[in-house]
Design a protein around this ligand. Structure first.
Ligand SMILES: Cc1cc2nc3c(=O)[nH]c(=O)nc-3n(C[C@H](O)[C@H](O)[C@H](O)COP(=O)(O)OP(=O)(O)OC[C@H]3O[C@@H](n4cnc5c(N)ncnc54)[C@H](O)[C@@H]3O)c2cc1C
Length: 491
């Protein structure tokens, strides 16, 4: 949506295809009983400058609400608060030396200016070396497993750098109070306003239209949609997860397809006054407890609490095969064990939401080996997706920033294509004037062949001149073009 906004603001005609019934992807809302809220937990950080800038653009800044939050830690069946430096220092599961090393690991990692070198070290090796075996096993390992499943074994240390970087930015100073925000109404409010803004700007959005095929045929790109339609565009930008791209676009080179298929992606499924409670006890079937109503005003839910129980697993994990009922039973039983005051009869409504391919994992040498470039081997097909976030965690702020940056790159590529078009046109004049071959002007649409005759090289020269003159202009739509065209010659 951000790419569509940025390209439209620069004057390009944009059509947005969305497979589901509404735009918003992972951030869209779901119905839980009579309440509607984000299908996966989402909060905004004070450091999310790209997102805050977008919210201002959408006129939603005044609907932002901020809350101070606390962090909990479940260890050996005990729930501890770990929300400030004092609580950290008195955290019983670790000895003072372990805490010192843990604090130093976080501090040292956060001070690294060029995280690229961390791509050469496995996250496990990095954390074991800095924090020591005991802290790694007691703290880091459960945390890594909670976010990456068994894939923590292949993730590089840049993952922890990015996570610490985001955590540091989230706190105003060091390990002090965290402030988290949301827009009144949740992501539904953001997405509704965003969609309206796009509609008003003239972006055409087509929902329930999964793109099933993309074929670049040099002068344009053909796309096939699940409705059976086939449409033509000048350029296509693919914003889907990497794994889906080789199948969607068979023309990509074998090298590219191999690279895209190697990006590892994680799947995801969906109580205490802490926003987040980290779990280090291995028996718990979910990986954290997110109490959204520690951030969001409870009045949205008639005073009830909204709790997310996430679990990240790799796509081939047996957990993915479990039915909703089985998952629900496992999760509720675990909640009852963790929080003795909680009873299953307290549940007002619940829902299990599964997300596919949500988190690309930065493995060793990721930037060099796997990072997908924006420009594919096809001239008119581009990729912009979360697999291009290298030194950041996956979140809306990063995605919005990525779309802002990549829209500029894509516009640059497009103007390079104009330069190529100029060279092509020059070659054509050369061929036309020197070749002994007879030429016949044919046109499928747009321009009429009737205007071409012996003066074709002259017309192409004028076209070259005009393209050269306007190459750096912002594209725009001239609604009076036809009127003026009828009244006077264009050239
Ligand atoms: C559990 C969880 C918690 C999170 N918490 C936070 C948080 O607190 N703060 C935060 O900022 N971020 C959070 N995020 C991350 C955030 O949701 C993502 O970074 C963001 O939504 C990614 O946006 P995207 O457009 O790249 O991809 P997606 O949201 O995955 O969107 C892709 C879109 O493409 C559509 N699509 C797929 N295939 C096709 C096709 N062939 N044709 C047409 N359309 C297609 C999909 O339907 C979808 O709408 C969280 C994510 C998860 C899973």
């Amino acid at each position: 949506m951000t790419l569509a906004l940025r390209l439209r603001e620069r004057g390009f005609g944009v059509t947005l295809f969305e497979a589901s019934d509404r735009t918003g992807g992972l951030a869209k809302p779901t119905q839980i009983g009579k309440y509607s809220w984000d299908q996966f937990y989402h909060v905004i950080l004070m450091s999310d400058i790209n997102l805050l800038d977008l919210l201002m653009r959408l006129g939603l800044s005044d609907r932002l609400k901020w809350s101070k939050t606390k962090t909990g830690f479940l260890n050996d069946g005990h729930l501890y608060s770990m929300s400030n430096i004092m609580e950290f220092l008195t955290f019983p599961p670790l000895r003072i030396l372990d805490k010192l090393r843990l604090g130093l690991t976080i501090f040292y990692t956060s001070k690294i200016k060029s995280p690229a070198k961390l791509e050469k070290i496995l996250v496990e090796d990095w954390l074991r070396k800095l924090s020591g075996k005991r802290t790694f096993t007691k703290i880091w390992l459960p945390l890594l497993k909670s976010k990456l499943g068994e894939n923590y074994k292949v993730a590089s240390a840049s993952f922890i750098w990015a996570s610490i970087d985001r955590m540091y930015k989230a706190r105003r100073t060091g390990l002090k109070t965290e402030m988290f925000g949301y827009v009144d109404g949740g992501y539904a409010a953001i997405l509704d306003r965003f969609q309206k803004t796009l509609d008003d700007l003239g972006v055409k959005t087509i929902c329930q239209s999964r793109v099933t095929r993309v074929a670049d045929n040099n002068s344009h790109v053909n796309i096939g949609i699940s409705t059976g339609e086939s449409l033509k565009f000048d350029y296509v930008i693919l914003t889907l997860p990497c794994l889906e791209l080789p199948c969607l676009c068979p023309q990509l080179s074998d090298e590219e397809k191999k690279r895209l298929k190697r990006v590892i992606l994680m799947a995801q499924k969906s109580l205490a006054g802490y926003y987040i409670t980290n779990l280090t006890d291995g028996w718990v079937p979910f990986t954290a407890v997110i109490e959204m109503t520690a951030v969001v005003d409870k009045t949205f839910f008639d005073g009830n609490s909204l709790i997310y129980l996430p679990r990240y697993v790799s796509a081939n994990n047996v957990f993915c095969k479990k039915g909703d009922r089985e998952i629900q039973e496992e999760f509720v039983s675990a909640l009852e064990r963790i929080y003795p005051q909680f009873k299953r009869g307290d549940i007002v409504a619940s829902k299990i939401v599964r997300g596919k391919n949500v988190l690309p994992i930065t493995t060793l040498d990721y930037s060099k080996e796997l990072l997908p470039p924006v420009q594919t081997s096809l001239k008119r097909v581009f990729i912009v997706n979360s697999a291009q976030i290298v030194n950041g965690t996956m979140n809306v702020n990063e995605i919005v920033g990525l779309a802002n940056r990549k829209s500029k790159e894509i516009i640059e590529f497009m103007s390079n294509n104009i330069k190529e078009e100029i060279e092509n046109a020059k070659d054509f004049i050369d061929l036309f004037t020197t070749s002994k071959i007879e030429f016949m002007a044919i046109s499928k649409e747009g321009e009429t062949p009737l205007i071409y005759g012996k003066n074709l090289p002259e017309l192409v020269k004028k076209k070259i001149e005009l393209m050269g003159k306007h190459i750096n202009d912002e594209p725009y739509i001239d609604p009076n073009y036809m009127m003026r065209r009828a009244a006077m010659p264009v050239f």
